[in-house]
Design a protein around this ligand. Structure first.
Ligand code: AMP
Length: 619
């Protein structure tokens, strides 16, 4: 192995298949196995060996043995990465292996008598891809660009990065899958040439999942305007429908479990193979055997398959409409439609997509390979080999911290181009407060309770000072991979603390998608609640200060004035307590006026306080 060129490879780490591609002088190329297949099934089989070792199989070998090695094989690990047990409840029935809660809200998979994290299991797949690249290039490979779904949040991205590290790969950039597909088709360059932004739909129908993304490409910036989809809709469903049709009268015994796992797997394979052949031919012959029926031979026509699948394709198109709506785009504004995923080879899919969007989709590239090719194109740019296109990504959701009373102070807004940095100053609300809890939140809503907590940490050791005096600077830093670092520093004392967002929790895809929509629906109500929280916090602060000044300088005021301030202070506190109890019934403007009046009513007292303080200072 020569110690040479530091090639950066491009990896598409998929739910069912993963691929690796490398930049080359004539453009990127995917790397194939000995039989010419670029796809590596994302399946891992682990068996204990004598001496506490592990026999690891990855890819086709692991996949073909999946039925026999139930309990030793894992598939679809991508559905688990960066998630907690509560996040993946809906996934569990689809997984043929046990998943349990691990420490810090992580997940664990028990295999071969050991517990593995999703990162460790993904690392086996990534290592196999890295080895394929090393064999093809003839030198070591240590750096990679990896793609993830556009809706992956920071935690899922960070977990993917960790998996790569375990496989000996340094991730130089994580990019969104639809972005990679658009890159592979050179849409960024086209947009640049034409000197105007392009709007692109990326329709990705794979084996088990459907994703649609609307991208806006402007100069070097690829922005994901919206995403939608179904995490359980894809080619597998078409196989299942065809399988039931083939089983005919035996379909009931198929459903009732009268067919054993091996027969079921064989029938499924027969159905899938017929489906694939029907993308080219009008008719296909299928052979299979069911208990008591011996070997059966049937002919299926493409029209039959299409009639079975049409309702599912219609569902994907409804998701496309939802994504366009979320992005605020109408079909006529689209510049390109890109097809990704093996199932988009079906003529029915191509026809329906073309009808729906009124334009011929990009299909020139192999839909299985297009994401890996785009990753390798980005790798070429990062290696310095190509300077055509600098890819900048954006944050999918806003990021901020919880402020007093459960409101959210947003530091980085959704769709900000990354890498980026934001700093904001905060202070304490209680006299003598020596610690501040920093809750890092992600989401579009105004209240912490409606956002997702990504991490939390405490800044301790703040010297005791009156409320409002400490100056705490919170810094958010998102690197080019979308990984978030948060730091807090109290400027007077220099005390600091920080956190990198660690993979200990996750959102479901739908939650991420929903976050944006909900924020729009609740915008008005949220803004009102946020304003009320701020007002109530100000009431606490102002009345507390007035109370302290009364205690110190109250004897300098006429008795009636003291009594008036005390009365108004109590009334204002009661109003704030009522507002907190029942925000909907509160007139925020009236509360604001009452607070302003209270400020005016305590001016004399404040002036006395200031004069005293000045006199003290110049004594
Ligand atoms: P992916 O997850 O993107 O690799 O897509 C895999 C899915 O594409 C599986 O359900 C395959 O059966 C399906 N597929 C692959 N090739 C074809 C084809 N020529 N016609 C129809 N479906 C296909």
């Amino acid at each position: 192995m020569s110690a040479t060129p530091d090639t950066i490879i491009g990896i598409d780490l998929g739910t069912t298949y993963s691929l690796v591609a490398v930049p080359g002088p004539g453009g990127p190329r995917v790397l194939r196995d000995a039989s010419g297949d670029a796809r590596l099934p994302s399946v891992v089989t682990l068996r204990p060996t004598a001496g506490a070792g592990l026999q690891v199989e990855v890819g086709w070998a692991a996949r073909s043995g999946i039925v026999q090695s139930a309990g030793a094989s894992v598939h679809s690990v991508k559905r688990l990465i960066g998630r907690s047990l509560s996040d993946v409840q809906a996934e569990l029935p689809f997984l043929a292996y046990p998943v349990a809660a691990g420490p810090r809200d992580t997940l664990q998979v028990r295999l071969a008598g050991r517990d593995f994290t999703p990162q460790e299991l993904s690392a086996f797949v990534l290592r196999a891809l890295r080895e394929r690249a090393i064999a093809a290039l003839g030198h070591d490979v240590r750096r990679a660009v990896i793609t993830v779904p556009a809706y992956f949040d920071d935690v899922q991205r960070q977990a993917t990065r960790q998996a790569a590290e375990l496989a000996g790969l340094d991730v130089v950039r994580i990019i969104n899958e639809p972005t990679a597909a658009a890159l592979a088709y050179g849409i960024g360059l086209r947009a640049k040439d034409r000197g105007r932004p392009h709007t692109v739909v990326v329709y990705d129908l794979g084996g088990g999942t459907f994703d649609v993304s609307v991208l806006r490409i402007d100069g070097d910036v690829f922005e994901v305007l919206s995403t939608a989809g179904d995490t359980h809709l894809g080619g597998d469903d078409f196989d299942l429908l065809l399988m039931k049709r083939l089983a005919g009268d035996d379909a009931a015994s198929l459903a009732a479990g009268g067919v054993d796992a091996a027969q079921r797997a064989a029938l499924r394979q027969a159905a899938e193979s017929a489906k694939v052949r029907l993308s080219e031919a009008d008719e296909a012959e299928v052979e299979f055997s069911l208990p008591g029926a011996g070997l059966t031979r049937k002919r299926v026509r493409r029209a039959e398959l299409e009639a079975l699948c049409a309702p599912l394709i219609d569902r994907t198109l409804a998701h496309c409409d939802a994504a366009l709506r979320d992005a605020g785009i109408v079909v006529a504004e689209l510049d390109e439609v890109v097809l990704v995923g093996g199932s988009t080879r079906m003529p029915l899919v191509r026809r329906r997509v073309e009808q729906h969007f009124g334009r011929r989709p990009c299909t020139a590239l192999n839909p299985d390979e297009v994401v890996a090719l785009g990753a390798a194109m980005q790798a070429a740019v990062l290696s310095g080999g190509s300077t055509d296109l600098l890819l900048l990504d954006v944050t999918p959701l806003s990021l901020g911290i919880e402020t007093m009373g459960g409101a959210v102070g947003k530091l980085i807004l959704r769709n900000t181009t990354i890498p980026c940095r934001a700093v904001e100053s905060f202070t304490t609300f209680v006299d003598g407060q020596t610690a501040i809890l920093v809750r890092v939140l992600q989401g579009e809503r105004e209240l912490a309770a409606d956002c997702r907590e990504l991490a939390r940490f405490e800044l301790r050791g703040i010297p005791p000072m009156p409320a409002g005096i400490p100056k705490v600077e919170v810094e958010f830093l998102i690197d080019a991979n979308g990984i978030l670092n948060v730091a807090a520093r109290e400027l007077r004392s220099g005390q600091s603390a920080g956190v990198q967002v660690l993979p200990n929790r996750g959102l479901t895809d739908d939650e991420v998608r929903r976050a944006v929509v909900e924020s729009q629906q609740h915008a008005a109500a949220d803004a009102l609640t946020h304003r009320l929280i701020d007002l109530c916090n100000q009431v606490d602060f102002d009345t507390q200060k007035a109370e302290q000044m009364l205690a110190r300088h109250g004897d300098r005021l006429p008795r009636e004035e003291r009594a008036r301030i005390e009365r108004e202070m109590a009334a204002l506190r009661t109003r704030a307590a009522e507002a907190r109890r029942d925000p909907r019934q509160t007139d925020a403007d009236a509360l604001h006026r009452a607070l302003t009046d209270f400020g005016h009513g305590t001016l004399t007292l404040a002036e006395i306080g200031i004069r005293e303080a000045l006199a003290e200072a110049t004594k």
